[in-house]
Ligand binder design. Structure first.
Ligand code: ADP
Length: 691
């Protein structure tokens, strides 16, 4: 075969083709990389914009809350004393979550809610009862140590209408009873005193004095059970801001409670928050008293730390009064951020606040760079720096990588499509080039095939026409040669026309039932006659009883197929003397083989020689003429008969081509037919065989 001849043009195409494909794929890769980069930048930009939107929303909401707070503090300050509590509670909310409103007057401190302040910067300022009221009793008690007399005196005073006198009398009575070694009576009197509630006695509420004194008595009497429960009640009251105390008194009673309960200072956040608020109130009072909250500091807001707790402080002072809000992060969380939270959740954001030095005030800032932004206090006018970050980083990252995967998949798909398209195009181009090459080979082969008989015809007819051939025997030989060459030409043209029809699927077959043995014998004989004088014999081998194998066939077409095989066998066996035709039946198949001892066909060529225009390399090298159509026609014809054509060959040893046909039912009548005589005719068109 001449397959390598086509590689010249194909080889020239391969390089530019590969170059174009590689450039395309490289360009696509570069484009993909750029798109990925841009997409990533765009997504980052989108995240930053989302963070910015969240920060703006939060800053606006917080600024609005603070402005609203300012207005409400003005209202609290301006309200008549009786209405202040209700106006303050409108700010503080029903639960008073970690927030306190303070109002300072010249000699007065009010807290809303009143239980929210553990201790006050200013003593309540109760007028002490007239000292003269107990002079007599104290004289009996201390100087004369007449505890019975003193107790009787105090009992009388304890019936006074004035609660302050009554409370003073009960304290003294209980004390005298303790001295008289009557602890149970003393306990009972303290019980009465406790019933009086927070009547101030030297700036300390009477019920607190009573409770403390009961604890002291239980301690002295070594009664741990009652001591523990009273001390716990004392501690709870102090922590709840039940009594209005100065810081000194508060700390004294708290230390006492801790001592009895065997516990240290509270570390609970709520307790720490309350202590921080109280300390902040005292600091604010000192500043106000010191005249530091005047002028441009008359109103303000800031974030300040007390007892390790970050507090929001908003104040507004006039010459005579100051009203302030002190809030823990709990207040911000519950009252301000809870309203903002749904919006933040929707935007997948979380917020944190830090003071001007960067210490976390409300939640700690988190999130890697690119997924958080900061708005400074100067930007927002808030007393904190505002940090906004992605709440669910994994979700954002997953979205980023999902987009990346999507883009990559798109480009991968496009690259795969380009590769497939390139492969398909390359295959199609290679095929077309091969077909073009084969066709050009075919044209030159056909020209050669025509040229030889035409030249012979011309020469002989010139000789005969000129009357130069006198010898009659020779003249007859020339006529015979003329007939032979014109038949050859005719066969060539017929072959080409038939093949054209077969290719176009227009070849019509006229099927009849024929005797296969007879057909094989007759074709062999006719062929042998045709090549008479070329020194080659056609030997037909068939079983002795070989008669009457019926096949359904177009005798003319089948004869042509067999003829082509015989023609090839002789053509490609230049030195052979014999070509064998072996016919035999094998079950329901009829096999007719044409065997030669010629050039043979290499194994890799055996598969392709049935394709149109394909010629074997050894045939071309040996200079044997041919068109590459003979075997293609054989295949067409045999396929139309429902049969098969096979080849076995050894290079240099010869080839055997075998036509295999299905056998018809034996019982039907079989006639030895002349190929051109048809009595029963069927017409069919074979499906063109793909190759
Ligand atoms: P052509 O004979 O015109 O070249 P064919 O289709 O009949 O075309 O045969 C195709 C090729 O198969 C031949 O070119 C030849 O190489 C090879 N071939 C066919 N028959 C034989 C044979 N009997 N011996 C050796 N080669 C053969």
């Amino acid at each position: 075969m001449q397959s390598t001849r086509g590689f010249g043009s194909l080889g020239r195409l391969v390089l530019p083709f590969l170059l174009i494909v590689c450039t395309l794929v490289a360009g696509l890769g570069w484009l993909g990389w750029r798109v990925l980069e841009q997409d990533r930048a765009l997504e980052r930009q989108r995240i930053v914009e989302r963070l910015g939107t969240g920060a703006d929303l939060a800053a606006t909401a917080l600024a609005g809350r603070l402005a609203e707070l300012d207005d409400r503090l003005v209202l609290v300050d301006a309200a008549p004393a009786a209405q202040r509590a209700s106006r303050a509670s409108a700010i503080v909310g029903p639960r008073g979550d970690g927030v306190l409103i303070l109002r300072f007057g010249r000699d007065r401190v009010d807290a809303y809610p009143s239980s929210g302040l553990l201790y006050y910067p200013l003593a309540p300022g109760s007028p002490p009862p007239s000292p003269n009221r107990f002079t007599r009793g104290e004289s009996l008690e201390y100087r004369e140590q007449d505890y019975v007399g003193a107790a009787a005196f105090y009992r009388v005073q304890a019936r006074s209408e004035d609660p302050a006198v009554r409370a003073g009398a009960l304290v003294r009575l209980a004390r005298t009873l303790r001295k008289a070694n009557r602890p149970d009576d003393a306990l009972a009197v303290y019980g009465q005193l406790e019933q009086m509630g927070p009547v101030p006695l030297d700036d300390v509420p009477a019920d607190l004095i009573a409770r403390h004194a009961r604890c002291v008595l239980f301690e002295e009497a070594r009664r741990p059970g009652p001591l523990r429960s009273d001390a716990a009640a004392l501690h709870a009251g102090l922590e709840q801001g039940r009594w209005r105390l100065t810081e000194g008194a508060f700390r004294f009673f708290l230390d006492e409670a801790h001592r009895w309960l065997g516990a240290g200072p509270d570390d609970e956040p709520a307790a720490r928050g309350a202590e921080a608020v109280a300390e902040c109130a005292s600091a604010l009072w000192r500043d106000w008293q010191g005249g530091q909250l005047n002028g441009d500091r008359a109103t303000g807001r800031r974030s300040a730390w007390f007892q390790g707790v970050p507090l929001l402080l908003v104040w507004r002072s006039t010459g005579d009064s100051l009203v302030a809000l002190v809030a823990t992060p709990l207040f911000l969380d519950r009252q301000w951020f809870s309203a903002l939270q749904p919006t933040l959740d929707r935007l997948n954001l979380q917020i944190a606040l830090t003071d001007v030095e960067g210490h976390p005030v409300f939640r700690a800032p988190s999130g890697p760079a690119g997924f958080r932004i900061v708005r400074s206090s100067a930007d927002t006018g808030l007393p904190w720096a505002l940090h906004v970050a992605t709440a669910n980083l994994a979700a954002d990252l997953a979205q980023l990588s999902a987009r990346r995967r999507f883009v990559l998949a798109g480009f991968g798909l496009t690259a795969a499509l380009i590769a497939i398209a390139a492969y398909v195009t390359a295959r199609a181009v290679a095929r077309e080039l091969e077909v073009a090459r084969l066709q050009s080979d075919f044209v030159s082969a056909v020209s050669h095939e025509f040229r030889t008989p035409l030249a012979t015809l011309r020469q002989l007819s010139e000789l005969l026409a000129d009357g130069r051939v006198q010898n009659e025997e020779r003249r007859n030989q020339y006529y015979e040669d003329l007939r032979h060459e014109s038949e050859r030409l005719h066969r060539l043209v017929e072959n080409l026309l038939d093949f054209g029809r077969m290719e176009a699927g227009r070849q019509e077959y006229r099927f009849d039932e024929i005797d296969a043995y007879a057909l094989a014998r007759r074709v062999a004989e006719e062929f042998e006659r045709g090549i008479a004088g070329r020194g080659c014999r056609i030997e037909v081998n068939a079983p002795d009883d070989a008669t009457g194998v019926a096949v359904r066939a177009d005798p003319e077409a089948l004869a042509r197929a067999l003829w082509n095989l015989l023609d090839n066998a002789v053509k490609y066996s230049p030195d052979a003397r014999t070509v064998s035709v072996d016919a035999r039946r094998d079950g329901n198949r009829f096999l007719v083989s044409v065997r030669d001892e010629g050039l043979g066909i290499s194994a890799d060529e055996q598969r392709r020689i049935f394709d149109k225009f394909v010629r074997g390399a050894s045939a071309v090298t040996a200079g044997i003429k041919g068109t590459g159509l003979g075997l293609a026609m054989v295949q067409h014809i045999v396929a139309a008969h429902g049969g098969d054509v096979r080849v076995t060959s050894d290079t240099g040893k010869g080839s055997t081509f075998t036509i295999v046909l299905p056998v018809r039912d034996q019982e039907s009548g079989i006639r030895d037919q002349e190929p051109r005589v048809r009595d029963r005719t069927e017409t069919t068109r074979p499906e063109p065989r793909g190759r």
